[in-house]
Design a protein around this ligand. Structure first.
Ligand SMILES: [Fe+2]
Length: 397
C-alpha cells in the first residue's frame, strides 16, 4: 500500500514551496484564546459574521475578556465585490487595527478580502483576476484572523478570497501571498449544532479539496502529506457528524480535514469538480459545497474512465485506488468501490441535484467553456474533452 500511496504523479519534480498562516491554532475550546491572540496584533477590530450572528458569541466573549474594542458587520451569502468594498470602507472609517471573521467559508473569504482592500482604498477591480486588472497588492493587508464555524472551504489556510460579481455573472478571486491569514483559529466546538445538510455539503467540499490535490497533476510531497492525513479523517467521520452533530470527535476530524484541505488546495490547485463549480456558482444561486458534492461522483467517473483510455498517467489511477481505500476504510478496495462510497453517501444525505438551482442542458456549453479556461481545471489529472464534461454535468443534473 505504501508504494502505491507514494507513487509520483506526472509532472511532479519533488520541489515545492509551502506558505501557512503565521499561527495555526487548532482544537476544541481554542476559541477562548482568540482575544489574547488578537491583542498581540491590535486593539480595535472589525468582526465579520454571517447571517446567524449568535455563532460568534464565544469569540465575542473572548474579545471582551481581553479588553478589545470592535465593531461588527454581517455578510449574508457568498460575498460580492461590493460587499468587500463596503466592509473595507467600514474598517477604514472605524480605524480598525485588524479584521476577524467568524463564520462559514463565505464569511472567511469576505473578511480576508476586507482586510486586503482596507489598505488599498479605491477601485477593487485593480486587483481582481479575470474581470479586473489582476495587479498585485501594493501594501500588506490589515492583520486578519480566520475563525471558521464550518468544516468546509479551508479558507482559513488559503491566500485567496472568492468574490461574486453579479454584473459579470462570475466568481473570481482576490489573490495574493500576502492574504494568508495571520492567525487561523479552528475550534471544532464552533461547528457543533451545524445542521446535517450543511455538515454533509461543507464536508464533501473539504473532501473534494483533499481528493483533487491528491490525484491532481500538481501534487507535491507536502500536499500529499496533507491529503494522506486528511482524506481518511474526513471519510471516517463525515457520516458520524452528519448523523450526530454533537459528536465532537467527528467534528474534530472534519475541522482538521478541512484545514488540511485548504493547505493542500492552496499549493496544488484543484481539478474538474472545482473547475465546473466556479462558473456554476457565478451563474446560479447554488451553495459551493452542494455543487461540489453533486459533481464529485460524476467527475470521479469521468476522470477514471478517461485515464483508463489513456496510458499516459498510470500513477493517477493508483492514486484513485488509494483514495478508494481511504474512503471505504477497506485496504483491498478497488477504484469503483470509492465511486460507490461517494454515490451512496451523496444519495443518503439527500444532496440536491444541479437542476434544483435552475441548471438545464442549454447551460452546459457556456459552463464548459468557462470551466475549461479556469485555473482549477489545470490541476485535473488528465485533460477532459468537452463531451466528457457534458456527460458529467448531465449525470449531476
Ligand atoms: Fe471547494
Amino acid at each position: 500500500m505504501g508504494s502505491v500511496a507514494n507513487a509520483p504523479v506526472a509532472g511532479s519534480s519533488g520541489a515545492f514551496e509551502f506558505a501557512t498562516p503565521e499561527r495555526l491554532v487548532f482544537g476544541p475550546g481554542v476559541v477562548a484564546r482568540a482575544g489574547e491572540l488578537a491583542r498581540s496584533l491590535g486593539q480595535r477590530w472589525l468582526l465579520v459574521t454571517g447571517r446567524d450572528v449568535r455563532r460568534a458569541e464565544p469569540l465575542r466573549e473572548s474579545f471582551r475578556n481581553a479588553g478589545l474594542d470592535w465593531v461588527e458587520c454581517t455578510v449574508t451569502g457568498e460575498p460580492t465585490v461590493a460587499d468587500a468594498s463596503a466592509g473595507a470602507d467600514r474598517a477604514i472609517a472605524t480605524r480598525a487595527d485588524g479584521v476577524v471573521a467568524c463564520g462559514g467559508g463565505a464569511v472567511i473569504d469576505a473578511g480576508k478580502a476586507i482586510a486586503a482592500l482596507a489598505t488599498h482604498p479605491g477601485n477593487p477591480f485593480r486587483f481582481l483576476e479575470i474581470i479586473g486588472q489582476g495587479r498585485p497588492l501594493e501594501n500588506a493587508p490589515l492583520p486578519f484572523m480566520a475563525v471558521p464555524t464550518t468544516a468546509g472551504t479551508g479558507a482559513e489556510a488559503t491566500r485567496n478570497a472568492v468574490l461574486r460579481s453579479p454584473e459579470h455573472a462570475l466568481k473570481v478571486s482576490l489573490r495574493s501571498p500576502r492574504m494568508v491569514p495571520k492567525v487561523a483559529l479552528v475550534d471544532p466546538e464552533l461547528a457543533v449544532g451545524l445542521p446535517s445538510a450543511l455538515t454533509a455539503c461543507t464536508g464533501l467540499d473539504a473532501l473534494t479539496q483533499l481528493l483533487e490535490p491528491w490525484v491532481g497533476s500538481k501534487a507535491n510531497g507536502m500536499t500529499d502529506a496533507c491529503c494522506r492525513e486528511g482524506l481518511p479523517r474526513m471519510a471516517r467521520s463525515l457520516a458520524r457528524a452528519v448523523d450526530d452533530g454533537r459528536n465532537l470527535a467527528a467534528r474534530t476530524d472534519l475541522g482538521f480535514g478541512a484545514l488540511l484541505s485548504g493547505l493542500a488546495l492552496a499549493h496544488s490547485g484543484l481539478g474538474a469538480v472545482h473547475g465546473l463549480a466556479g462558473p456554476i456558482g457565478g451563474r446560479f444561486p447554488a451553495p459551493h459545497g452542494a455543487v461540489c458534492a453533486a459533481l464529485l461522483g460524476p467527475v470521479w467517473r469521468a476522470n477514471v474512465e478517461t485515464l483508463r483510455r489513456s496510458d499516459a498517467h498510470p500513477a493517477a489511477l493508483d492514486r484513485y485506488r488509494q483514495a478508494a481505500r481511504w474512503l471505504t476504510g477497506h485496504p483491498g478496495a478497488a477504484i469503483d468501490d470509492g465511486l460507490r462510497w461517494i454515490t451512496e453517501s451523496v444519495a443518503g444525505w439527500k444532496i440536491p441535484r444541479l437542476a434544483r438551482y435552475g441548471l438545464t442542458p442549454s447551460d452546459f456549453p457556456a459552463l464548459i467553456e468557462a470551466a475549461q479556461a479556469s485555473s482549477s481545471m489545470k490541476g485535473n489529472p488528465i485533460r477532459l474533452p468537452d463531451r466528457v464534461l457534458e456527460q458529467a454535468l448531465a449525470e449531476a443534473l
